[in-house]
Design a protein around this ligand. Structure first.
Ligand SMILES: Cc1cc2nc3c(=O)[nH]c(=O)nc-3n(C[C@H](O)[C@H](O)[C@H](O)COP(=O)(O)OP(=O)(O)OC[C@H]3O[C@@H](n4cnc5c(N)ncnc54)[C@H](O)[C@@H]3O)c2cc1C
Length: 392
C-alpha cells in the first residue's frame, strides 16, 4: 500500500469540542476529513462533556477578548444550522479586589472592546444580586451579554453538522501510531488511514501522541472536581431568579479563580468550581487521589459559606473533568516544528470551550497551509524555550 493516494485531505485525532470544530470547518470547506475518537461517543472521559460552559467577553488577555465577537457569531451560526438553542444569556458577574491587576485588566479589556458592563460596589452587590456577598469587600463588574453554552448539545450539533457536510467520524477507534511524511499514515486500533495533513486535538492525551513524533510540550493534565451545591431556599440561585454566572478572581485565600453557573443541570443545585485541580495521568483519571479530602473542595467549602450564603456549604454532587494547562494558560495552536502538515491544538487550560469555533477555524486554516487571520504569537510552540525534542 506504500505510495497509495491518501483517502482523506485531513485526519483529526480527538472528537472533543476542539477537534470536532476543526473537522467541521474542514468539511465546510469541501475537504475530505476523518475525525477519530478513541472512546465510543458520547463519553465523559475528556474535557468537553457536561451540560454547561460559561461564555463571556471579560478576558484580561486581549487576544481572547478580540476573538469573542467572532466566537459569538459562529456559535449563532451553528445554532441556526443545527436548529438547536445552544446559548442562554444570563450575564456574568466578575468579583475582584479593587485595584488588583487582574480586575483592572478585565475592566480595561471590557472598555477597549466596547462590551456593555455595569460596575457594582461591595454595598450595591447584594442589592442587585441577593445571593452573592462581597465577603472580602470586593467590587464587581457585571457583563450582561455573557451566558451559558449547552456543552453536550453543542458537541453533538457540531459533530452532526460535520457528518452532514460529508465528513467521516469513527469513534471507539484509538490512534496508536502516526507516521509523518508528505502523506501522514495513522494506525488505529481498527485499521490504517492516510491523509495529506493531520490535526492533533487529543486534549489531556496530547503528549502521549506527540512523544513518538519527537515533541513534548509543557502540558499538565489536571483532574478537576465539578461540584454542585444545593440551594437552602429552592429557586433563589436559578437564572429565572436573575442569578448570573460568576467569576471570582483569585485572592490570597483562593489562589485560583472560582466560578459558578446558575442552577440548571440538577434541580436546585448550583455549579461552583475551583479553576484548578490535581495533576493526573488521563488514563488513570478515575483512580481516587491519595489523601482523604481534595484540596479544591476544601477551598470551595470556605468560598461558598463566605460568598454564597444561600447555598449549603457541602457539595451535593461531585463529578470529574480534566483540564490541560500550559504554564501561561494560553493555548497551543501551531504546526509541529519538524512536520508542517501536522497541526497541534492543545493546552486549553480550562477556558477553551467558548473559543472552540474560532480555534477550530484556526486549526483548519493551519492544516490547509493558510495563514490564520489573527495574531498567532501567543499560541506558538516556540514560546516554551525548554520544549523537549526527543530523538525520532
Ligand atoms: C469542569 C470544566 C469546566 C470548564 N468550564 C469552561 C467554561 O466555563 N468555559 C470555557 O470556555 N471552557 C471551559 N472549560 C474548558 C473546556 O471545556 C476545554 O477547554 C475543552 O473542552 C477542551 O477540549 P479538547 O477538545 O481540547 O479536549 P477533549 O474534550 O478532552 O477532547 C480530546 C479528545 O481526544 C480523544 N483522544 C485522545 N487520544 C486519542 C487517541 N489516541 N485516539 C483517538 N482519540 C483520542 C479523547 O478521547 C477526547 O475525546 C471547562 C473544562 C472543564 C473540565
Amino acid at each position: 500500500m506504500l505510495g497509495a493516494a491518501p483517502r482523506y485531505d485531513a485526519i483529526v485525532v480527538g472528537a472533543g469540542i476542539q477537534g470536532s470544530f476543526a473537522a467541521y470547518h474542514l468539511a465546510k470547506r469541501g475537504r475530505r476529513a476523518l475525525l477519530l475518537e478513541q472512546f465510543p461517543l458520547p463519553h465523559s472521559r475528556g474535557s468537553s462533556h457536561g451540560q454547561s460552559r460559561i461564555i463571556r467577553s471579560t478576558y484580561p488577555q486581549p487576544h481572547y477578548a478580540r476573538a469573542m465577537p467572532e466566537c459569538y457569531r459562529l456559535w449563532a451560526q451553528l445554532e441556526a444550522e443545527a436548529g438547536v438553542q445552544l446559548h442562554r444569556q444570563t450575564g456574568l458577574l466578575v468579583l475582584g479586589a479593587e485595584g488588583s491587576p487582574a480586575f483592572g485588566a478585565c475592566l480595561q479589556s471590557l472598555a477597549q472592546h466596547g462590551v456593555p458592563r455595569e460596575l457594582l460596589s461591595a454595598q450595591e452587590l447584594p442589592r442587585r444580586f441577593p445571593g452573592v456577598r462581597a465577603y472580602g469587600g470586593e467590587t464587581a463588574v457585571f457583563e450582561p451579554t455573557a451566558g451559558v453554552l449547552r456543552a453536550d448539545k453543542a458537541l453533538r450539533a457540531v459533530q452532526d453538522l460535520f457528518l452532514q457536510a460529508g465528513g467521516a467520524l469513527r469513534d471507539g477507534e484509538k490512534v496508536v501510531a502516526i507516521n509523518p511524511g508528505p502523506v501522514v499514515t495513522v494506525r488505529t486500533s481498527a485499521g490504517v488511514h492516510r491523509a495529506g495533513s493531520l490535526v492533533i486535538t487529543a486534549g489531556p492525551w496530547t503528549n502521549k501522541l506527540l512523544a513518538p513524533l519527537g515533541l513534548q510540550l509543557p502540558l499538565q493534565p489536571l483532574r478537576v472536581s465539578v461540584c454542585y451545591w444545593k440551594e437552602k431556599v429552592p429557586g433563589t440561585y436559578g437564572s429565572a431568579a436573575g442569578f448570573p454566572c460568576f467569576l471570582s478572581l483569585r485572592t490570597s485565600q483562593t489562589p485560583h479563580d472560582v466560578y459558578g453557573l446558575p442552577a440548571s443541570e440538577y434541580l436546585g443545585m448550583v455549579k461552583v468550581c475551583y479553576h484548578h485541580g490535581c495533576p493526573v495521568d488521563p488514563d488513570e483519571r478515575d483512580r481516587e487521589p491519595e489523601g482523604s479530602a481534595l484540596p479544591d473542595i476544601q477551598i470551595l467549602r470556605g468560598f461558598v459559606s463566605r460568598y454564597l450564603p444561600g447555598l449549603e456549604p457541602e457539595p451535593a454532587v461531585v463529578e470529574t473533568c480534566m483540564y490541560t494547562i500550559t504554564p501561561d494558560e494560553d493555548f497551543v495552536l501551531d504546526r509541529h516544528p519538524q512536520f508542517s502538515n501536522i497541526v497541534i491544538g492543545a493546552g486549553f487550560s480550562g477556558h477553551g470551550f467558548k473559543l472552540a469555533p474560532v480555534v477550530g477555524k484556526v486549526l483548519c486554516e493551519l492544516s490547509l497551509g493558510q495563514a490564520p487571520g489573527c495574531d498567532m504569537e501567543p499560541f506558538r510552540i516556540q514560546r516554551f524555550p525548554g520544549q523537549r525534542r526527543a530523538a525520532l
